[in-house]
Each structure stands twice: as structure tokens, then as C-alpha cells.
Design a protein around this ligand. Structure first.
Ligand code: PMP
Length: 383
């Protein structure tokens, strides 16, 4: 089976697996305990915070560890909305965010906040002017993702940050950076980002751990209360092995970014060239999108059916993103780009990683051709 789902989960680095094992065995003490074993575990967390901060060029005290980017996004959005409600109850986001962002806004909307959802253009790019036009005096937060997890479009964050802050310097700017880090350059200061979410398991790190950058001076209303962990921003005994292993994965994927991208781009371009030759497919990814995501539709064919056929042929792909692939509805992202229901229901996402070679892409192209032919014959037989 060839794995084409790196945007959903990545195989951990060997160093990550070893670190997890070592720390589970040696540093099982609770980092809040006052004895030496506890303070050693605490030291490991502090060191990990420094490593992550260096990777993002921020301060260690600005790094918060969570249970994953879903929690980071929930905390950034609801934590800011609740903390700063005296400033206003208006929020801005886009129609193409990951469910962990989108659903957080829907929940706040049900609780009485006013939310403006900005639509993308027909290629999935959100116009910074439209985002800025939505910002008002009472806008507490704007949340925009770096790279779309379904189609791989890159949002112009620098321009957005500049325009948002020009309209209202107090409006906080949150970025879901999950699909961007490790593939694209990140400059939180230059983009004027206040809150930034990361997910180590997309970066060959462990699952069940996440990161949230919270710019110095910003307080979030805690969603988890209890002990005074993480400076009172998030209660719960820290997952020491996963935190240390994450810091390794974040550092390594940041350091290896350019080599990784240089390897991916020719494979992505080859795949896009091939897809353009198949009349049944409509390509939804932009040529200048993220190097690891290629998305296309087979209008009239359910994405799930096509993906199952590809799996029979030895290729593991996704229909959109893993978090929404069990939904029967058409893709919200494709619909908001103006695609019809038939295209939005027939999407396939192929995401590339460092194990892939030219031969793998050739095998995938062969499987795609075979799958189209087999399904057309099956359809013809049913008529
Ligand atoms: N945001 C984006 C853009 C994602 O792709 C994902 C993972 N599917 C998440 C957030 C959620 O991350 P996690 O799996 O760490 O909760």
C-alpha cells in the first residue's frame, strides 16, 4: 500500500519514537511534583518550550502546550472571545477553515457573538481587502488559516495582518498554521500574528499534543480549569514524552524544510501535469499552492467510491480532510469556492511526504487511470 495522506498524519521520525520511549521509561514523574524527579521532568518541558520558541523565533514564555491543534484553535478563538468580550463581540473568519476553527465560531455565534465569515475567490484564496473590510471597532479576533488542509491554497497572511491592524490595532490575529509549518516560511512577527496553532503529528511528531503561540501580553480565558499548569492557561498534567518529542519534530521539520520542499515540488508538479491530461478530472489545487497537497474532483463520482477503488489498487488517499471525511455532505470548502454539488462531492486529496519517489507517483498515475476505466465500465454495466 502506498500512503498518500501526509496532510492527515505522518510517520514519526525515528528520533521521536526513541525520545517518547526513553522519557516514558525514565521521566515518568509529575513535572509539578517538588522532588528532584519532578523538577527534572519540569526542566524537560522548559527546554522543549525553548526549542519550539527558537523554531518560531518567539519567546519561550509565549509557547503553550495543548492536546493538539484542535484544542489550540478552540482555546485561541473561544479563549480570546471570552476574555475580551468587553472590547466587543464581533469576530471574523473565513468560510474555508478547518472544522476545529469553523465549529468554534459557530458555537460562539449560537452563544450570541456576531461572526463574519469571509468567502474565498473561486480558487480558494481569501482576499485580504475583504478580510480588512469586515474588521470593525468591536472586532476582537480574526482567524485565518495559513494553508487550506483540503486543497492546499496559501493565504496572503502578511498582507492580511497589515490591513487588519491598520483598521483596528487591538484586533487579535489568529493563524491556524497546521498545514503551513515545515512546508512554507513562517514569520509571525512580520505577519503581525498574535496567536498561532501547530500540530506536531503533521510534522512527523507524536499525536495528542499541540502548540499554541500566545504573544506576550495576551491573556486567554482558560477552557480547562484545575491546577496551575502552563501559567494557569491550561490545567492538566503535562504530557512530557509527547512535548519533548514534539519539540524535536518541530525543530527537525523546520530545519529540513527547504530540502523537503525541493523533493516534493517536482513530484507535485508531475502529478498535476498528469491530472490535467485526464478529461474526467477537475483540478482544485492551485499551481502556486502548498507543495504537499494536490486536490481534484471527479464530478459525478462520489469521492468515497473513487477512494475505495484506489485503495483496492494499493493507494491510500483521502476524500478531503481526515476530520470531515466521514461526513456524507459535499465539501464546504469546495462549495464556498463556487463549485457545484457534483464536484464538491467527488473530491480526492493526495498529500505527499518525504517517502515518495518518482516511481511512486508513476504507480499512482497508473492506479488513477485504472480506477477511472474500471469505474466507467462498472457504471456502463449498471445503465
Ligand atoms: N487545522 C488544520 C488545518 C488541520 O489540517 C488539522 C488536522 N486535520 C487541525 C487543525 C487539527 O489538528 P489536530 O489533529 O492536532 O487536532
Amino acid at each position: 500500500m502506498l500512503y498518500w495522506d501526509y496532510a492527515a498524519a505522518t510517520p514519526p521520525y525515528e528520533e521521536v519514537v526513541q525520545t517518547m520511549e526513553q522519557i516514558m521509561k525514565l521521566h515518568y514523574a509529575n513535572p509539578s511534583s517538588l522532588h528532584r524527579a519532578g523538577s527534572e521532568a519540569g526542566k524537560l518541558i522548559r527546554r522543549s518550550r525553548e526549542v519550539c520558541a527558537a523554531a518560531l523565533s518567539v519567546q519561550p514564555q509565549e509557547i503553550l502546550f495543548t492536546s493538539g491543534a484542535t484544542e489550540s484553535n478552540n482555546l485561541a478563538i473561544k479563549g480570546a472571545a471570552l476574555q475580551y468580550q468587553t472590547r466587543g463581540r464581533h469576530l471574523v473568519t473565513t468560510e474555508i477553515e478547518h472544522p476545529s476553527v469553523y465549529e468554534s465560531f459557530l458555537q460562539l455565534q449560537r452563544m450570541g457573538w456576531e461572526v463574519t465569515f469571509v468567502a474565498p475567490d473561486s480558487t480558494g484564496v481569501v482576499d485580504p481587502d475583504r478580510v480588512a473590510a469586515a474588521v470593525r471597532r468591536d472586532t476582537v479576533l480574526v482567524s485565518v488559516m495559513h494553508v487550506n488542509n483540503e486543497i492546499g491554497t496559501i493565504q496572503p497572511l502578511k498582507e492580511m495582518g497589515k490591513l487588519i491592524k491598520a483598521v483596528n490595532p487591538r484586533t487579535l490575529f489568529h493563524v491556524d498554521g497546521v498545514q503551513g509549518y515545515g512546508k512554507l516560511a513562517v514569520d509571525l512577527k512580520d505577519w503581525q500574528v498574535d496567536l498561532y496553532s501547530l500540530s506536531p503529528h503533521k510534522l512527523r511528531g507524536p499525536r495528542g499534543v499541540g502548540l499554541l503561540y500566545i504573544k506576550e501580553g495576551i491573556k486567554l480565558f482558560p477552557l480547562l480549569t484545575g491546577g496551575s499548569h502552563e501559567e494557569g492557561q491550561r490545567a492538566g498534567t503535562e504530557n512530557v514524552p509527547a512535548i519533548v518529542a514534539s519539540s524535536k519534530a518541530i525543530r527537525m521539520s523546520g530545519e529540513q524544510r527547504e530540502t523537503f520542499v525541493a523533493q516534493l515540488v517536482p513530484l507535485r508538479d508531475r502529478l498535476l501535469r498528469f491530472l490535467r491530461t485526464v478529461p474526467e478530472f477537475v483540478i482544485n489545487s492551485r499551481q502556486d499552492g502548498a507543495p504537499h497537497i494536490v486536490h481534484f474532483s471527479y464530478p459525478g463520482m462520489k469521492g468515497e467510491v473513487f477512494a475505495r477503488k484506489l485503495e483496492e489498487l494499493g493507494m491510500a488517499v483521502s476524500t478531503r480532510s481526515a476530520c470531515s471525511s466521514r461526513l456524507a455532505e459535499p465539501s464546504r470548502v469546495l462549495l464556498s469556492m463556487g463549485k457545484d454539488v457534483s464536484s464538491a462531492s467527488g473530491g480526492i486529496r493526495i498529500s505527499l511526504g518525504d517517502s515518495h519517489t518518482d516511481e511512486d507517483v508513476a504507480a499512482l498515475e497508473q492506479a488513477l487511470t485504472t480506477a477511472v476505466q474500471a469505474l466507467k465500465i462498472a457504471e456502463g454495466g449498471m445503465k
